[in-house]
Write a protein that binds this ligand. Structure first.
Ligand SMILES: NC(=O)c1ccc[n+]([C@@H]2O[C@H](COP(=O)([O-])OP(=O)(O)OC[C@H]3O[C@@H](n4cnc5c(N)ncnc54)[C@H](OP(=O)(O)O)[C@@H]3O)[C@@H](O)[C@H]2O)c1
Length: 325
């Protein structure tokens, strides 16, 4: 059986990741409430109960509150930190308000950002640090210096990127002594550009596809773990009210529901299983805080293994809302 790129790099963890972006509630500097901590702990426990052992953060999520809440839970649970893989991101800065206004891969910013992350999460090291969004002013040698310092000090074990094209990754990688092992992008049954890009080569329809050419193949050739943010498409195929949604979404949600009933599983498992069926062995980063919905994702990997080519294409063509070229 093929193994996940992260496993090939010696990181043993779950296929599913819990995205911790909503742990801190609103994106402001309001104080953290006991209710927010309680809900986050419920979500964490639901994730652990179905074998999720990897957690995704970013320094900017709810302006640091999500990491602070996660850290407060870790402090009360000795031993948990060593059982899980913690990933966070840096490289985006806020301006005056809660809107990110600058991308920043300067050495000074990255070093300070990682210190802040470790402090809020109350941990000594990050398993994986991702660069959140490509900084046009990125200087690979400067990033290499920062990564080298973070690695040598033991603060970060592995590095990766998010929302980057193969060209940007290659540009950065040639300066680094540490291998970039992750790329995290938006991919789902709703956000289909990651599949459309490959099938519309040499087609006018390809002009509107919004995904870097060759990215899926590049990741597989480089043993780079692809992670999908937004994998549940905010619940569009698994129970969210759809009256405002286009016909292809409504029709696909109905198909997902029928498939879930036939296979005696949940719509969440079908939606995630569809994504995980791809040979790149994508890791979905689920963003629900609802404990029941987290548990409803339990069967996703099994559904991926059981999903036939015919079923996969049926869902893809329905969600595309147009025929294959
Ligand atoms: N790298 C990047 O640039 C980037 C960008 C965005 C996010 N991320 C990461 O990816 C994670 C997931 O992203 P996401 O939140 O967009 O993903 P998602 O898993 O597709 O969506 C989760 C959202 O959908 C809602 N939802 C799910 N099922 C629902 C249903 N049946 N009915 C109503 N609402 C439903 C959830 O609400 P409930 O909580 O109520 O279930 C939650 O607000 C984030 O936490 C973060 O870690 C990364």
């Amino acid at each position: 059986m093929p193994i996940m790129p992260l496993a090939a790099r010696g990181i043993s963890t779950s296929r599913l990741i819990l995205g911790c972006m909503p742990f801190g509630g609103s994106w402001d500097r309001a104080p953290i409430t006991p209710e927010q901590v309680r809900k986050a702990e419920q979500a964490l426990d639901a994730a652990l109960s179905i074998g999720i052992s990897m957690f995704d953060h970013a320094d900017i999520y709810t302006m640091g509150k999500s990491e602070t809440i996660f850290g407060s839970i870790l402090k009360r649970r000795p031993g948990l930190r060593e059982q899980i893989v913690i990933q966070s991101k840096c490289g985006i800065r806020f301006g005056a308000g809660a809107i990110p206004t600058r991308f920043d891969f300067s050495k000074a910013h990255m070093l300070a950002a990682v210190d802040g992350i470790l402090d809020r999460l109350a941990i000594d090291y990050l398993d994986i640090l991702l660069l959140h969004r490509p900084d046009p002013l990125m200087e690979p040698d400067e990033v290499a210096e920062a990564f080298g310092m973070l690695k040598d000090s033991g603060k970060v074990r592995h590095f990766g990127v998010s929302n980057m094209s193969p060209g940007q990754i290659r540009f950065l990688q040639r300066a680094l002594s540490n291998q970039l092992i992750v790329n995290q992008l938006e991919m789902s049954l709703e956000h289909l550009d990651w599949v459309d890009q490959g099938i519309h080569v040499n087609q006018k329809a390809g002009a509107t596809v919004n995904f870097a050419e060759g990215l899926m193949e590049y990741a597989q050739m480089e043993t780079m773990q692809l992670q999908a943010w937004g994998p549940l498409a905010q619940g569009r195929f698994s129970g969210r009210a759809l009256s405002d949604q286009p016909a292809n979404i409504q029709q696909t949600a109905a198909l997902v529901g029928q498939m879930a009933t036939t296979k005696e599983t949940t719509p969440e498992a079908i939606v995630l299983g569809w994504l995980m069926r791809h040979p790149a062995l994508i890791q979905p980063v689920i963003g629900t805080m609802n404990a029941e919905r987290i548990v409803a994702c339990r069967d996703a990997e099994r559904q991926a293994l059981a999903m036939t080519r015919e079923e996969w294409y049926t869902l893809y063509v329905s969600a595309r809302g147009k025929n294959m070229p």
